[in-house]
Design a protein around this ligand. Structure first.
Ligand code: KG4
Ligand code: ZN
Length: 338
């Protein structure tokens, strides 16, 4: 079965062709860093316009690379939400147009389900497992009991972890997206230089909160400017901030495994491409009898291969009974449910 995946929920225009759920024939991704970089964050209107300009080329390139024609495609899987509506509509309407013109089945995919299942592009993970999804828009933990069987165990109450990386990078004048720049800067910094706060919330809570940490970094930067605190270099601020985020993610992940008796974790989403996080998770699970899985970094950040993969499994599990018609709508917010 050949699935064409299309993803335009935020600032990546992406298309991929996936055969039988695991043979990836192409994975084309155009980011828009050059467009949004100077604003320090994604500008929705510009994202939508750029998707319109590029979507045709991206799909054509993904078909050409895969060596297939549109006629050979068996299923079109497209992100329907959550995301920026103007951005989502570009991918969704393009997918609908292709499906209608060529009379192909269309399936709408939840972007978060794409992230959760991205690891299946590489290897099978036995159910049940814990999925820690950390991206620019979300920081959630799910118990995954099968394809389409997700139970949310915890979520962020304010900023997502990736959003926090982006905002801190913006405060420090480091550009967008913040995650990769902070990771690089932190490499040579001292993670213990500044004791930034960790929000544990109520005892045994699996929720997250990162806005206090963001404010603490802002206050530190102001005090550094005015000389109220020692003038530590940016690399120490970056390393101390990054460690505070990772500490909370790793401890809450272990707590969720413990509370739910889960022995496998999948760490996924844009922030999961951070090597310090991957190392901390690996070190933590080594001490417990938990197995950790990480999608390759290119499958962690937004891509259409994960959408094709989730579409493939959803189609195999539920057919077109859900989200499978031309009346599909784009959704800015969309819960991940069966
Ligand atoms: O999954 P993704 O590509 O898009 C969303 O669905 O949000 O995640 C993007 C987020 C951005 O906030 C970006 O700063 C963060 O992931 N990110 C990272 C790294 N690479 C991307 N955060 C920390 N370390 C990284 N290496
Ligand atoms: Zn994403």
């Amino acid at each position: 079965m050949l699935v064409l995946g299309i993803e335009t929920s935020c600032d990546e225009t992406a298309a991929a062709v996936l055969q039988d759920g695991k043979i990836l024939l192409s994975n084309v991704i155009f980011d828009q860093i050059d467009i949004h970089g100077k604003y320090g964050g994604v500008v929705p209107e510009l994202a939508g316009r750029s998707h319109i300009e590029r979507i045709h080329h991206v799909i054509t390139q993904s078909l050409d690379t895969a060596g297939v024609t549109l006629k050979q495609i068996d299923l079109i899987a497209v992100t329907r939400g959550p995301g920026l509506v103007g951005a989502l509509l570009v991918g969704l309407n393009t997918a609908k147009g292709i499906a209608y013109a060529l009379n192909k089945p269309l399936i709408g995919v939840n972007h978060l389900e794409g992230h959760l299942l991205a690891v299946f592009l590489q290897e099978e993970v036995a159910f049940p497992f814990l999925a820690l999804g950390v991206s620019g828009g979300h920081t959630d933990m799910y118990r995954v009991d099968g394809f389409g069987k997700y139970k949310r165990l915890g979520q962020t109450r304010d900023d997502a972890a990736g959003e926090c990386f982006d905002k801190v990078a913006k405060m420090m004048g480091l550009g967008y997206p913040g995650g990769p720049v902070i990771e690089k800067l932190a490499l040579s910094g001292n993670p213990k230089a500044i004791p930034f706060p960790r929000a544990w919330l109520e005892k045994d809570s699996l929720d997250f909160s990162f806005s206090g940490l963001k404010t603490a970094v802002r206050n530190h930067l102001k005090k550094r400017e005015s000389g109220e605190v020692p003038k530590l270099p940016d690399k120490d601020v970056a390393a101390s901030f990054q460690t505070a985020v990772i500490d909370v993610l790793v401890k809450k992940m272990l707590l969720a495994c413990d509370q739910n008796e889960l022995e496998r974790v999948v760490v996924t989403g844009g922030v999961a491409s951070n090597s310090a996080l991957r190392e901390a998770v690996t070190a933590a699970v080594d001490r417990q009898s938990i197995q950790a899985y990480f999608p390759k970094p290119v499958f962690c950040t937004d891509n259409a291969a994960m959408i094709a993969c989730a579409g493939h499994h959803r189609y195999k599990t539920f057919g077109l009974s859900q989200n499978g018609d031309l009346g599909l709508d784009a959704r800015a917010t969309l819960l991940l449910e069966r």
